[in-house]
Write a protein that binds this ligand. Structure first.
Ligand code: MN
Length: 231
């Protein structure tokens, strides 16, 4: 059997310290996961994590350019810790979740903020605001066998050299092992899945020419730049 059309290339990420590539199956994303104020106000009353997805071919690798997207005038960054899975399943217990982690990266959950506001207001789906072309820049993966399991450390974003986001991942409302467990209640997680774990405060808009530096203690950093308008 042959394909009628040339199959699309396999989405992938680089892996720090090796020439091997990490094949990406799905990109899961977690929303509203860093509000220190919500922790103070609702210590034992957590809402379930907000879950959405991006297409795997939205990945932009380290050093790449993100064309300023069509169909927005308010293009926002959200710098996030990304977790890459080497295995999965349904109903993964929290205590076993870290056994499924292949490694970590930093990424950007790029967002058409103007359309997110509209989607929230009208109860519309989120693909237009979160799942568009080039909306998932992700840096090289640092293997958990090198970094250990990460439960603290600062995730940071600089735009044109200025710090815009900086928070410790210990401030996550849903921790990484809880995110994996909760996701697996709804989806059968698999090797090759990556998870954007939510952004801390400080999100903002970018324009053509901006340079974005994402970093996380113990994880290979990523730099991308915003290019001319797409299309
Ligand atoms: Mn996000």
């Amino acid at each position: 059997m042959t394909y009628a059309l040339t199959p699309p290339p396999q989405a992938h990420l680089d892996i720090s310290g090796t020439d091997e590539l990490f094949p990406v199956r799905r990109i899961y994303c977690i929303g509203k996961n860093y509000t220190a104020h919500i922790i103070e106000m609702n210590a034992d009353e957590r809402d379930p994590p907000v879950i959405f997805m991006k297409p795997a071919d939205a990945i932009v690798k380290n050093g790449g350019e993100i064309p300023y997207p069509v169909f927005t005038n308010n293009f926002h960054f959200e710098c996030e810790l990304v977790v890459a899975l080497k295995s999965g399943g349904y109903n993964i217990p929290v205590a076993e979740a870290s056994d499924h982690i292949y490694g970590y990266a930093v990424g950007l959950d790029m967002t058409r903020r103007d359309h997110q506001a509209e989607a929230l207001e009208k109860g519309l789906p989120w693909e237009v605001t979160k799942g568009f072309d080039h909306s998932a820049p992700v840096g090289p993966i640092t293997r958990a066998s090198d970094s250990g399991v990460l439960t603290m450390g600062h995730v940071r974003l600089k735009v044109n050299g200025q710090v815009r986001q900086d928070a410790d991942i210990s401030l996550m409302i849903w921790k990484v092992d809880e995110i994996i467990s909760k996701l697996s209640e709804q989806h059968r997680l698999m090797a090759g899945d990556i998870i954007m774990t939510g952004t801390p405060a400080g999100v903002g808009a970018v324009v053509t020419g901006d340079v974005l530096d994402c970093s996380m203690d113990g994880v290979e950093p990523m730099q991308v730049r915003i290019g001319p308008k797409a299309g």
